[in-house]
Design a protein around this ligand. Structure first.
Ligand code: DSN
Length: 464
């Protein structure tokens, strides 16, 4: 129908679908959803306003929305093994909004917030600001921000950021404890976008307790791994858990907040009226379907394979001379340290894109370059694992990455425009793009996405 009524948009959708089929996304925050999730997202639930919570809406006609949210709660309760006195919010429109709702509930302007240093792998919404052109002391393990208050959290709160150890590139919990003692945060946050190792939630909660802070575990990246038990769960340990539903979790686009019931009533008010109006009920329907899929037995296998693929790919890359931040990964993502390679993160990402391998350039611990052209490349395996790829495909990906570095490394002295022109016209890069596409054609987008849809739900089916 869209084809006839709006061919311009139809053609863009088809073009994007072809791109997704032909290229391989190694962006660790990207995944794709089953046809069932997409059907729910495209449903009539998009038409309904439903400000408020189950049974207490400001609009009439919400009986099915109420049932839908109840169903999400039941599925989330099982997926995350929630303690009886914990509750769920699924209305925040994104991970950042989920975090902001928690801050609105638990903090006052001027309070101290402590999260991970952004260039080491933290997230913007954990309090980022910086000082343009200032050199940051690589041996100083705490960062107090700068005059460029790029994220609203740095305007509202005093922000303190802990770094990874310069020696190991790992979190040093004793250092974090010392920083917390010194700055007395009201909220201690873990999680982020580029830390390739697991987090010790018990230790972090202990540090938070010692200074009277709340502990927020932001597991946006790891939510799927946590559901499957292949990464440790902060549920029942942290005071609040936030997450996005579309990364490893592969359950449609949105977010969730998990916390004890009494705290959740404050957080619900942080979401509405604090931050937003009507929830996006069609996305909530998609998340509900995705949670159903997450309760199927295949999901655990999928999450395990994500980590197997990531560790295997890490080994293959290191065998080919690439250095990885912290020496590897425990989960779905890794950071390639390019400081001893010919290309910067941005140059490598641009050449890889022309070869059909989609990545993103990223900062890394001890970063000396600008975030616009940093020293590292961030990659991960959720997307390629959803396509059904296993270890043998990781070998091919690592080899293509080595080849692209060798080919494009020869153009490093060119101007940016010439570099991009050469990357786009190179026969060798074009050959790799065709090989990538050929591998992709063995793992079609649509068929593999359906493969993980549940045929039955584990456990007590009366809930469903
Ligand atoms: N954009 C997400 C990521 O790529 O990790 C974080 O918000």
């Amino acid at each position: 129908m869209l084809k006839e009524t709006d061919p311009e948009v139809y053609n863009l959708i088809r073009a994007e679908e072809t791109r997704q089929q032909r290229q391989l996304s190694l962006i660790p925050s990207e995944n794709f959803f089953s046809p069932a999730v997409r059907e729910a997202v495209g449903s009539v639930f998009a038409h309904k306003y439903s400000e408020g919570n189950v049974g207490q809406r400001y609009y009439e006609g919400n009986q099915y929305i109420d049932e839908l949210e109840e169903l999400v709660f039941k599925r989330a309760r099982r997926a995350f093994n929630l303690p009886d006195d914990w509750a769920v919010n699924v209305q925040a429109l994104s991970g950042s909004n989920a975090n902001l709702a928690v801050y609105l509930a638990l903090m006052e302007p001027g309070d101290v917030m402590m999260g991970m240093y952004l260039p080491d792998g933290g997230h913007l919404s954990h309090g980022w600001s910086y000082e343009p052109k200032a050199q940051v002391d690589p041996n100083e393990l705490v960062y107090l921000g700068g005059s460029r208050k790029v994220h609203i959290t740095s305007r509202l709160f005093k922000t303190v950021q802990y770094k990874t150890s310069p020696k190991t590139q790992l979190l040093d919990y004793d250092e974090v404890a010392g920083i917390a003692e010194k700055y007395q945060p009201k909220l201690l946050i873990t999680g982020g976008t580029a830390y390739p190792r697991l987090i010790d939630h018990e230790r972090m909660k202990e540090i938070a307790d010692r200074v009277g802070a709340y502990y927020l575990a932001d597991i946006a990246h790891e939510a799927g791994l946590v559901i499957a038990g292949v990464a440790p769960s902060p549920v029942g340990i942290a005071d609040v858990v936030t997450l996005t539903t579309h990364k490893t979790m592969r359950a449609g686009r949105g977010s969730m907040i998990l916390a004890a019931r009494d705290m959740m009533s404050k957080i619900n008010r942080g979401v509405l009226p604090g931050l937003q109006g009507g929830p996006h009920n069609h996305n909530i329907a998609g998340i509900c379907v995705g949670l159903g899929e997450a309760l199927a037995p295949e999901y655990r296998e999928y999450q395990r394979q994500i980590v197997i693929n990531a560790k295997f790919l890490a080994g293959q890359l290191m065998d080919r001379g690439f250095k990885l931040v912290s020496g590897g990964t425990d989960k779905h993502l890794m950071l390639i340290d390019l400081t001893d390679q010919l290309l910067s993160g941005k140059q490598f990402a641009k050449a890889l894109d022309k070869a059909g391998i989609v990545t993103n350039f990223n900062t890394m611990p001890q970063e000396t370059r600008s975030p616009a052209d940093p020293s590292a490349l961030r990659i991960g395996t959720p997307w390629v694992t959803t396509r059904g790829m296993k270890e043998e495909s990781m070998i091919r990906i690592a080899e293509w990455m080595r080849e692209v570095m060798a080919i494009a490394g020869g153009w490093v002295d060119k101007s940016e425009a010439d570099y991009l022109r050469l990357a786009a016209s190179s026969g060798e890069i074009g050959r790799i793009a065709r090989e990538v596409e050929a591998l992709g054609s063995e793992y079609p987008l649509a068929i593999k996405s359906a493969r993980y849809a549940p045929s039955r739900i584990q456990g007590n089916s009366s809930l469903y």
